[in-house]
Design a protein around this ligand. Structure first.
Ligand SMILES: O=c1[nH]c(=O)c2ncn([C@@H]3O[C@H](CO)[C@@H](O)[C@H]3O)c2[nH]1
Length: 330
């Protein structure tokens, strides 16, 4: 089974998680910290589920709670690539504090770096050319800014795993758009067409991966500090799903993308050009053109680099692996 088949290579994969926690972001970060295949070399923050300052606060709180303040945190952009400060924040999904309205205090000593996220991303890509995987769990603004800082960033970064897009299904902001792409569609279109090794995991995949009430109970009975940390925010996430999706379980968006970086065999892929609609009623729409058909006239597509898009997922294996990682002994 896929979960058992994970092999720890001699060299752990260096990972930077770009994140806007967010309940399922927090879950993904915790899973990453418990994954021996990964070396988390940094966390960068962005807006989306919360404003960027709150994302930074939440990341620092989480790292302190699990004793991992050795991991550097770089704060990201507070506005979109086009400097729009009127952001869409998904507070109904995650609570106004991003972690289920727990009223958590700020971290006591942990602080972000002085360096902005984009500069940190460029620095790490230069330090470890071809070796760094960015798992992007929010809008892609910081990555697009990194590319502005260093046009060779797409060639120096190892892989960008994007949680984002809705490929041939409705979005979750509106029928057209998924939340992370809607948050900064200009940045997303740039990243999808920049020539980097991009793997997109959309909600057509992540909405198949469901944490049930029974799974939640198992997490609640675990002594692991990682499971205990996430359980405190799960009630809000379950309530939200029951109100808007009429489901008893919750979607594991961010952990699925993270685990696709840990064990790529959990998903199968198609390859083709992805473009993003940047305006109008379909703003944030992700359109995937597979290479299965030749088109006579399509200049906005034919000259563009391709990306990989996840098309199937072993959902039970993802849930099991996530549970194992969160409940493993401290
Ligand atoms: O705007 C949103 N509406 C949702 O229903 C919703 N459900 C989950 N999410 C968050 O957006 C990303 C997936 O699209 C993840 O980071 C979810 O937390 C949502 N965002």
């Amino acid at each position: 089974m896929a979960a058992a088949a994970v092999e720890v290579g001699e060299r752990r994969k260096k990972v930077i998680i770009d994140t806007d926690p967010g309940i399922d972001d927090a879950m993904a970060i915790l899973v990453a910290l418990r994954s021996p295949e990964l070396e988390v070399i940094g966390l960068t923050t962005t807006f989306g589920n919360v404003h960027t300052a709150v994302a930074t606060r939440n990341v620092l709180h989480l790292l302190e709670a699990v004793g991992r303040t050795d991991i550097p945190v770089a704060e990201g952009s507070h506005v979109t690539l086009k400097k729009d400060s009127k952001l869409r924040i998904a507070s109904s999904c995650h609570g106004s504090d991003g972690l289920g309205n727990q009223g958590l205090p700020p971290a006591t000593t942990a602080k972000p770096l002085d360096q902005p996220a984009s500069a940190f991303l460029v620095e790490q890509a230069n330090l470890y050319p071809g070796q760094v995987t960015v798992v992007a769990l929010g809008p892609l603004t910081n990555l697009a800014l990194a590319l502005e800082l260093d046009p060779l960033f797409p060639k120096k970064i190892g892989q960008i795993v994007v949680l984002g897009g809705a490929y041939s299904v409705n979005g979750n902001v509106n029928p057209a758009a998924e939340s992370n792409i809607f948050g900064d569609p200009d940045a997303a279109d740039i990243i999808f067409t920049c020539g980097a090794d991009v793997l997109a995991v959309g909600i057509n995949i992540t909405q198949q991966v469901i944490l049930s009430e029974a799974d939640r109970e198992k997490l609640e009975h675990s002594d692991s500090k990682y499971a205990r940390y996430i359980c405190k925010s799960l009630a809000h996430y379950f309530d939200y799903h029951s109100q808007v999706y009429f489901t008893k379980g919750v979607y594991l968006h961010d952990p699925t993308a993270l685990l696709a970086a840990v064990n790529p065999s959990l998903v199968t892929l198609a390859e083709g050009v992805v473009r993003v609609q940047t305006a109008g009623i379909t703003k944030g729409l992700t359109l995937f053109r597979s290479t299965e058909k030749w088109y006579a006239d399509m200049s906005a597509w034919s000259s563009m680099p391709t990306v990989k898009v996840a098309v199937t997922v072993d959902a039970p294996a993802v849930v099991e692996l996530m549970m194992q990682r969160l409940m493993a002994d401290d």
